[in-house]
Design a protein around this ligand. Structure first.
Ligand code: DQA
Length: 147
């Protein structure tokens, strides 16, 4: 059976392409997901992607991934800075967990300097634009294959 990676996209990421292109670039979410999925499939993974503007949808997707997906790559958008509930859900997931951001929140407004997720994931990748997703996939592969 193919090992599944759950790719989660939080609020407003459905607007990528036209949303602040000077910060987030011009690629649409569909393009990021396509590139990620193609690269993951080359490595033998399948990808399930969910974008939602609703916190509960993301939390329920994490619950459903338990015992099913081998990894979660999550760009939670602004929920990164506020959602203790999503952090609690991710804490229960036993596989690899990578937090990813297109921009570098640490170099932006103060409210973006806190990540509720940082303490429950294996690691965070931020600030590399589209490359952030590729680096996140490298991180998943490394975590799952390095003894
Ligand atoms: C983001 C950074 C967040 O601060 C912001 O709220 C987003 C996008 C990023 O990918 O750079 O929605 O997660």
């Amino acid at each position: 059976m193919t090992k599944e990676i759950l790719l989660l996209s939080g609020p407003n990421l459905d607007q990528l392409g036209s949303r602040s292109p000077e910060i987030y670039g011009t690629s649409t979410l569909f393009e990021h997901v396509e590139r990620f999925t193609h690269a993951a499939e080359e490595l033998g993974y399948s990808v399930r992607h969910l974008q939602s503007n609703f916190e509960g949808d993301l939390i329920e997707a994490v619950h459903a991934a338990r015992g099913h997906s081998v990894a979660i790559v999550v760009n939670a958008g602004a929920l990164t800075h506020s959602s203790w509930a999503l952090a609690d859900a991710l804490a229960m997931f036993e596989g690899a967990k990578i937090e990813v951001h297109l921009s570098n929140p640490a170099a932006r407004e103060p409210f973006r300097h806190v990540s509720t997720l940082a303490g429950v994931v294996n690691g965070s990748i931020a600030g590399f634009g589209a490359l952030s997703y590729s680096l996140a996939l490298d991180a998943v592969e490394g975590l799952l294959t390095t003894p």
